[in-house]
Write a protein that binds this ligand. Structure first.
Ligand code: ACO
Length: 151
């Protein structure tokens, strides 16, 4: 907590974070159209209904009560490795105004800790070449390749 700076704190996503700029922060990452409160609540409840599977953390600016950073990890259970569990990190975004303050690093550290505690044997993610140095600083190594097919 101290490492974030006293103006900020980290906590799990809350059901009313739609009104704290959650989606605006995600726009530094990719297209994130507005959602109605009903759509947001439904999505939030759908993720919550899978116990110990979806975890989203946000960093909040205490003064403005707005989200300035976000990241998720979800847990995949496999049939291999004796029902092994893999953590997948997704959708890491830090608002431009606070990039470079190690918030991305803190989000990755916290998500990796959750993934380990839930019992995963590894935590993986996909990223652009430009973000490889960031993830190396977070303790990740490049492995294999990503394949994608868009629909
Ligand atoms: N290239 C080289 N080094 C980098 C980069 C980069 N693109 N980004 C961060 N770093 C370094 C920092 O300099 C710092 O190094 P240091 O410890 O030597 O000082 C270290 O990585 C930690 O950086 P942070 O300050 O924690 O980075 P920040 O809080 O700005 O967050 C992030 C990084 C998340 C990539 C942010 O810039 C961002 O939101 N970018 C736009 C969205 C994005 O690309 N998200 C990641 C997509 S991949 C995914 O979601 C799985």
């Amino acid at each position: 907590q101290a490492q974030l700076g006293s103006d900020l704190h980290m906590r799990p996503l809350a059901k009313d974070d739609l009104y704290r700029s959650h989606l605006s922060v995600l726009r530094v990452l990719t297209s994130t159209p507005e959602l109605t409160e009903e759509q947001y609540t439904q999505a939030f409840n759908r993720l919550k209904s899978c116990p110990n599977t979806y975890f989203t953390l946000v960093i909040i600016n205490r003064a403005t009560d707005q989200v300035v950073g976000v990241g998720s990890v979800f847990m995949e259970q496999k049939f291999t490795r004796g029902l092994g569990v893999v953590g997948h990190i997704e959708d890491i975004a830090v608002d431009k105004s606070v990039q470079g303050r190690k918030l991305g690093l803190r989000i990755i550290q916290a998500l990796t800790t959750i993934s380990e505690r839930v019992g995963s044997y590894k935590t993986i993610l996909n990223c652009s070449d430009a973000n490889i140095p960031f993830y190396e600083k977070c303790g990740f190594q490049k492995k294999e390749n990503e394949m994608a097919r868009y629909h």
